[in-house]
Design a protein around this ligand. Structure first.
Ligand code: 13P
Length: 257
């Protein structure tokens, strides 16, 4: 049995428009109206944050809203970047940091990711730190060292009393958007080792409280089996979070495990 409340995030990535982001928000709110026992967050694109926030507020929804990225500097000449205070101002309470697309498409490195993790946590927001190995790294037998390096680097100089606002997301790069999902056993193995690492860094109590969620082609049909694993505390959902009935089905799977 999990003592940790499951967490399911819907990462909309660079999808939706003004109309469909609002429609999706309303459909998810309606679909989850009677679902309890899961913390749910949606991560819309920046331009739609305020509108999504206003729908969630109008409907008194407990669904939280977050940002897919943030810049760690408080203000200044950083053309095109978005500060954490701006996100707070728009109602975001959670931020994704180090998503595989930021690492591998945009080119973010461990040092920048660490600066972002520290800035998000220091600002009092929740940080979802994403880690995961590529297919080449997995086939070379480097799954564990890669994930451990990304977590260690991401959490460098993060004090233990900030870690209650941290969620770790294990998202194997080869499983993202590919339809290939890690087997529940393989995912559990990585999650267990990540929890051991958190225990080594911050002690067993903090490790036992820290949620570690899985991402990569999660669907209603495979969610329950993944979430039933002892160290898998929910999921970060990409493609399926754009389909309200699928996202609702996944959240319900988390509610019953
Ligand atoms: P998919 O669910 O589309 O594989 O994406 C996972 C992901 O990257 C969530 O952040």
């Amino acid at each position: 049995m999990h003592e940790r409340k499951p967490f399911v995030g819907g990462n909309w990535k660079m999808n939706t428009n003004r109309t469909t982001s609002a429609d999706l928000t309303r459909a998810v709110v309606d679909g989850l109206a009677r679902v309890e026992g899961v913390e749910v967050a949606v991560y819309p694109p920046f331009p739609y944050l305020l509108a999504v926030r206003s729908i969630l507020r109008d409907r008194s929804s407990s669904i939280r809203m977050g940002a897919q990225n943030a810049y760690h500097r408080p203000d200044g000449a950083y053309t095109g970047e978005i500060s954490i205070e701006m996100l707070k101002d728009c109602g975001a309470t959670t931020v994704l940091v180090g998503h595989s697309e930021r690492r591998h498409v945009i080119g973010e490195q461990d040092e920048l990711i660490n600066a972002k993790v520290r800035a998000v946590l220091e600002a009092g927001l929740e940080c979802v730190l994403c880690v995961g190995e590529t297919i080449e790294e997995r086939e070379a037998g480097h799954t564990d060292p890669v994930n451990q390096r990304q977590v260690r680097a991401g959490l460098a100089d993060v004090p233990g009393d900030w870690v209650n606002r941290l969620v770790l997301a294990y998202e194997p790069v080869w499983a993202i958007g590919t339809g290939k999902t890690a087997t529940p056993d393989d995912a559990q193995d990585v999650h267990r080792k990540l929890r051991q690492l958190v225990s080594g860094l911050y002690g067993p109590e903090i490790a036992a409280r820290t949620r570690i969620i899985y991402g990569g082609s999660v669907k209603p049909s495979n969610a329950a089996e993944l979430f039933a694993q002892p160290d898998i505390d929910g999921g970060l959902i990409g493609g399926a979070s754009l389909k309200p009935e699928d996202f609702v089905g996944i959240v319900k799977a988390a509610a019953t495990t």
